[in-house]
Design a protein around this ligand. Sequence first.
Ligand SMILES: [Cu+2]
Length: 271
Amino acid sequence: MPIAIVLALVVVGSVLFHLLSPWWFTPIASNWGYIDDTVNITFWITGAVFAAVVLFLAYCLLRFRHRPGRRAAYEPENKRLETWLAIGTAIGVAAMLAPGLVVWARFIRVPADATSVEVVGQQWQWAYRLPGKDGKLGAADTRDVSDTNPLGIDPNDPRGRDDIIVQGGELHLPVGKPVALLLRSLDAVHDFFVPEFRAKMDMIPGSVTYYWLTPTRTGSFEVLCAELCGVGHPYMRGTVVVEPEADYQAWLAQQQTFEQMQAPAKTGALP
Ligand SMILES: [Cu+2]
Protein backbone atom coordinates (compact mmCIF):
# COMPACT_ATOMS: atom_id res chain seq x y z
CA MET A 1 0.00 0.00 0.00
CA PRO A 2 2.68 2.62 0.88
CA ILE A 3 4.53 1.88 -2.38
CA ALA A 4 1.32 2.26 -4.41
CA ILE A 5 0.73 5.64 -2.76
CA VAL A 6 4.31 6.74 -3.46
CA LEU A 7 3.88 5.77 -7.15
CA ALA A 8 0.64 7.76 -7.39
CA LEU A 9 2.40 10.74 -5.77
CA VAL A 10 5.24 10.46 -8.33
CA VAL A 11 2.65 10.87 -11.11
CA VAL A 12 0.90 13.81 -9.42
CA GLY A 13 4.26 15.43 -8.62
CA SER A 14 5.52 15.01 -12.21
CA VAL A 15 2.40 16.61 -13.68
CA LEU A 16 2.54 19.49 -11.18
CA PHE A 17 6.26 20.00 -11.81
CA HIS A 18 5.61 20.13 -15.55
CA LEU A 19 2.81 22.69 -15.20
CA LEU A 20 4.38 24.87 -12.48
CA SER A 21 8.03 24.64 -13.59
CA PRO A 22 9.74 28.02 -14.16
CA TRP A 23 11.99 26.41 -16.83
CA TRP A 24 9.46 26.79 -19.61
CA PHE A 25 9.90 28.20 -23.12
CA THR A 26 11.11 31.80 -23.33
CA PRO A 27 8.59 34.00 -25.22
CA ILE A 28 9.07 33.19 -28.89
CA ALA A 29 10.57 35.79 -31.28
CA SER A 30 10.36 34.05 -34.65
CA ASN A 31 7.93 32.30 -36.97
CA TRP A 32 8.92 28.85 -35.63
CA GLY A 33 5.95 28.25 -33.32
CA TYR A 34 5.80 24.83 -35.02
CA ILE A 35 8.93 23.84 -33.09
CA ASP A 36 7.10 24.49 -29.81
CA ASP A 37 4.13 22.47 -31.10
CA THR A 38 6.32 19.44 -31.82
CA VAL A 39 7.94 19.68 -28.37
CA ASN A 40 4.48 19.95 -26.75
CA ILE A 41 3.17 16.93 -28.68
CA THR A 42 6.14 14.91 -27.38
CA PHE A 43 5.46 16.15 -23.82
CA TRP A 44 1.79 15.13 -24.06
CA ILE A 45 2.48 11.65 -25.47
CA THR A 46 5.42 10.74 -23.24
CA GLY A 47 3.68 12.32 -20.22
CA ALA A 48 0.43 10.38 -20.78
CA VAL A 49 2.31 7.09 -21.27
CA PHE A 50 4.47 7.72 -18.18
CA ALA A 51 1.41 8.48 -16.03
CA ALA A 52 -0.52 5.46 -17.39
CA VAL A 53 2.35 3.00 -16.83
CA VAL A 54 3.15 4.20 -13.29
CA LEU A 55 -0.55 4.30 -12.26
CA PHE A 56 -1.05 0.79 -13.73
CA LEU A 57 1.88 -0.39 -11.62
CA ALA A 58 0.30 1.15 -8.48
CA TYR A 59 -3.05 -0.51 -9.33
CA CYS A 60 -1.38 -3.92 -9.79
CA LEU A 61 0.41 -3.61 -6.45
CA LEU A 62 -2.95 -3.16 -4.73
CA ARG A 63 -5.12 -5.46 -6.81
CA PHE A 64 -2.72 -8.43 -6.95
CA ARG A 65 -1.07 -8.08 -3.54
CA HIS A 66 -0.14 -11.23 -1.61
CA ARG A 67 -3.00 -13.04 0.08
CA PRO A 68 -2.60 -16.38 1.84
CA GLY A 69 -3.75 -19.30 -0.29
CA ARG A 70 -3.96 -17.36 -3.59
CA ARG A 71 -1.69 -18.40 -6.47
CA ALA A 72 -0.61 -16.35 -9.49
CA ALA A 73 -1.69 -17.60 -12.93
CA TYR A 74 1.19 -18.27 -15.37
CA GLU A 75 0.37 -16.61 -18.72
CA PRO A 76 3.58 -15.84 -20.72
CA GLU A 77 1.80 -15.15 -24.05
CA ASN A 78 -1.21 -12.98 -24.80
CA LYS A 79 -1.66 -12.41 -28.50
CA ARG A 80 -4.42 -9.81 -28.17
CA LEU A 81 -2.57 -7.75 -25.59
CA GLU A 82 0.67 -7.86 -27.58
CA THR A 83 -1.11 -6.77 -30.77
CA TRP A 84 -2.68 -3.77 -29.04
CA LEU A 85 0.56 -2.79 -27.34
CA ALA A 86 2.41 -2.95 -30.69
CA ILE A 87 -0.27 -0.86 -32.47
CA GLY A 88 -0.45 1.69 -29.63
CA THR A 89 3.34 2.06 -29.47
CA ALA A 90 3.61 2.45 -33.26
CA ILE A 91 0.94 5.19 -33.29
CA GLY A 92 2.61 6.99 -30.37
CA VAL A 93 6.08 6.91 -31.95
CA ALA A 94 4.75 8.00 -35.35
CA ALA A 95 2.83 10.88 -33.73
CA MET A 96 6.07 12.10 -32.16
CA LEU A 97 8.22 11.74 -35.31
CA ALA A 98 5.90 12.83 -38.15
CA PRO A 99 5.36 16.50 -37.10
CA GLY A 100 9.14 16.93 -36.76
CA LEU A 101 9.68 15.81 -40.35
CA VAL A 102 7.09 18.32 -41.62
CA VAL A 103 8.62 21.17 -39.58
CA TRP A 104 12.16 20.21 -40.69
CA ALA A 105 11.13 20.38 -44.36
CA ARG A 106 9.86 23.96 -43.79
CA PHE A 107 12.90 24.90 -41.70
CA ILE A 108 15.35 24.25 -44.55
CA ARG A 109 13.15 25.43 -47.46
CA VAL A 110 14.38 29.02 -47.70
CA PRO A 111 11.83 31.48 -49.16
CA ALA A 112 12.93 33.30 -52.34
CA ASP A 113 12.74 36.76 -50.70
CA ALA A 114 15.02 35.86 -47.76
CA THR A 115 18.20 37.91 -47.25
CA SER A 116 21.34 35.83 -46.77
CA VAL A 117 23.33 36.51 -43.62
CA GLU A 118 26.44 34.52 -42.88
CA VAL A 119 27.36 33.43 -39.36
CA VAL A 120 30.93 32.28 -38.80
CA GLY A 121 31.84 30.31 -35.70
CA GLN A 122 35.40 30.24 -34.44
CA GLN A 123 36.96 29.20 -31.13
CA TRP A 124 35.40 31.04 -29.28
CA GLN A 125 33.60 33.90 -30.90
CA TRP A 126 31.00 34.81 -33.47
CA ALA A 127 31.43 36.83 -36.63
CA TYR A 128 28.83 37.84 -39.20
CA ARG A 129 28.81 38.82 -42.86
CA LEU A 130 25.97 40.68 -44.53
CA PRO A 131 25.59 41.43 -48.23
CA GLY A 132 26.58 44.95 -49.30
CA LYS A 133 24.91 47.15 -51.90
CA ASP A 134 24.87 44.37 -54.52
CA GLY A 135 22.76 42.21 -52.20
CA LYS A 136 25.10 39.25 -52.69
CA LEU A 137 27.74 37.57 -50.57
CA GLY A 138 31.11 36.82 -52.17
CA ALA A 139 32.67 33.36 -52.11
CA ALA A 140 34.69 32.39 -49.04
CA ASP A 141 37.19 29.70 -48.15
CA THR A 142 38.98 28.98 -44.89
CA ARG A 143 42.24 28.83 -46.92
CA ASP A 144 41.94 32.60 -47.59
CA VAL A 145 41.88 33.46 -43.87
CA SER A 146 44.58 36.00 -42.88
CA ASP A 147 45.06 38.89 -40.44
CA THR A 148 43.23 41.32 -42.71
CA ASN A 149 40.76 38.69 -43.94
CA PRO A 150 39.53 36.88 -40.80
CA LEU A 151 36.54 35.27 -42.52
CA GLY A 152 38.44 34.00 -45.56
CA ILE A 153 36.51 35.98 -48.18
CA ASP A 154 37.75 35.30 -51.71
CA PRO A 155 39.74 38.48 -52.60
CA ASN A 156 39.18 37.83 -56.32
CA ASP A 157 35.39 37.67 -56.10
CA PRO A 158 33.94 41.12 -56.93
CA ARG A 159 30.69 40.26 -55.08
CA GLY A 160 32.62 40.06 -51.83
CA ARG A 161 34.21 43.53 -51.88
CA ASP A 162 31.20 45.34 -50.43
CA ASP A 163 30.31 42.57 -47.98
CA ILE A 164 29.76 43.92 -44.49
CA ILE A 165 31.78 42.27 -41.76
CA VAL A 166 30.85 42.29 -38.09
CA GLN A 167 33.48 40.74 -35.86
CA GLY A 168 32.84 39.97 -32.23
CA GLY A 169 29.94 42.46 -32.09
CA GLU A 170 26.18 42.28 -32.22
CA LEU A 171 24.24 40.99 -35.19
CA HIS A 172 21.33 43.23 -36.09
CA LEU A 173 18.31 41.98 -38.05
CA PRO A 174 15.22 43.81 -39.31
CA VAL A 175 11.94 42.68 -37.77
CA GLY A 176 9.43 40.92 -40.01
CA LYS A 177 11.86 40.12 -42.85
CA PRO A 178 12.89 36.53 -43.64
CA VAL A 179 16.62 35.81 -43.29
CA ALA A 180 18.56 32.79 -44.46
CA LEU A 181 21.36 32.09 -42.00
CA LEU A 182 24.36 30.52 -43.73
CA LEU A 183 26.48 28.82 -41.11
CA ARG A 184 30.23 28.32 -41.40
CA SER A 185 32.96 27.26 -39.00
CA LEU A 186 36.67 27.98 -39.24
CA ASP A 187 37.78 25.26 -36.83
CA ALA A 188 35.71 22.92 -34.65
CA VAL A 189 32.01 22.07 -34.87
CA HIS A 190 29.91 24.91 -33.42
CA ASP A 191 26.16 25.45 -33.33
CA PHE A 192 24.41 28.79 -33.78
CA PHE A 193 21.50 28.87 -31.33
CA VAL A 194 19.16 31.70 -30.36
CA PRO A 195 16.62 30.18 -27.94
CA GLU A 196 13.94 32.83 -28.64
CA PHE A 197 14.14 32.00 -32.37
CA ARG A 198 13.64 28.27 -31.60
CA ALA A 199 16.29 27.63 -34.24
CA LYS A 200 19.73 26.09 -34.21
CA MET A 201 22.00 24.04 -36.40
CA ASP A 202 25.53 22.64 -36.29
CA MET A 203 28.26 24.49 -38.21
CA ILE A 204 30.60 22.01 -39.87
CA PRO A 205 34.12 23.06 -40.94
CA GLY A 206 34.37 22.82 -44.73
CA SER A 207 30.65 23.11 -45.50
CA VAL A 208 27.84 25.64 -45.27
CA THR A 209 24.76 24.59 -43.31
CA TYR A 210 21.70 26.82 -43.23
CA TYR A 211 18.21 27.51 -41.97
CA TRP A 212 15.88 30.44 -42.24
CA LEU A 213 13.57 32.41 -39.97
CA THR A 214 11.55 35.61 -39.76
CA PRO A 215 12.12 37.58 -36.52
CA THR A 216 8.65 38.49 -35.25
CA ARG A 217 9.40 40.95 -32.45
CA THR A 218 12.07 43.51 -31.62
CA GLY A 219 14.50 43.04 -28.77
CA SER A 220 17.93 41.79 -27.76
CA PHE A 221 18.42 38.03 -27.75
CA GLU A 222 21.33 35.95 -26.57
CA VAL A 223 23.30 33.77 -28.97
CA LEU A 224 24.66 30.51 -27.56
CA CYS A 225 26.99 27.93 -29.01
CA ALA A 226 25.05 24.67 -28.69
CA GLU A 227 27.85 22.28 -29.55
CA LEU A 228 30.73 21.52 -27.20
CA CYS A 229 33.64 23.12 -29.07
CA GLY A 230 36.54 23.29 -26.61
CA VAL A 231 37.42 24.88 -23.26
CA GLY A 232 35.94 28.27 -24.22
CA HIS A 233 32.59 26.78 -25.27
CA PRO A 234 30.52 28.18 -22.35
CA TYR A 235 31.80 31.71 -23.10
CA MET A 236 30.93 31.55 -26.78
CA ARG A 237 28.02 33.93 -26.52
CA GLY A 238 26.74 36.85 -28.52
CA THR A 239 23.76 39.10 -29.06
CA VAL A 240 21.21 39.43 -31.85
CA VAL A 241 19.32 42.71 -31.94
CA VAL A 242 16.01 42.68 -33.82
CA GLU A 243 14.86 46.19 -34.68
CA PRO A 244 12.68 48.20 -37.10
CA GLU A 245 13.97 48.47 -40.68
CA ALA A 246 15.10 52.15 -40.31
CA ASP A 247 17.21 51.40 -37.22
CA TYR A 248 18.64 48.36 -38.95
CA GLN A 249 19.66 50.42 -42.01
CA ALA A 250 21.29 53.02 -39.74
CA TRP A 251 23.28 50.30 -37.99
CA LEU A 252 24.23 48.70 -41.32
CA ALA A 253 25.61 52.01 -42.63
CA GLN A 254 28.05 52.19 -39.70
CA GLN A 255 29.61 48.76 -40.31
CA GLN A 256 32.79 48.27 -42.27
CA THR A 257 33.00 46.48 -45.59
CA PHE A 258 35.53 43.85 -46.60
CA GLU A 259 37.19 46.41 -48.89
CA GLN A 260 37.65 48.87 -46.01
CA MET A 261 39.03 46.09 -43.85
CA GLN A 262 41.56 45.09 -46.52
CA ALA A 263 42.96 48.59 -47.01
CA PRO A 264 42.61 50.42 -43.69
CA ALA A 265 45.30 52.99 -44.51
CA LYS A 266 43.69 53.96 -47.82
CA THR A 267 40.12 54.48 -46.60
CA GLY A 268 40.89 55.51 -43.04
CA ALA A 269 38.19 53.17 -41.73
CA LEU A 270 40.43 51.79 -39.02
CA PRO A 271 42.69 53.70 -36.63
CU1 LIG B 1 31.30 26.85 -30.30
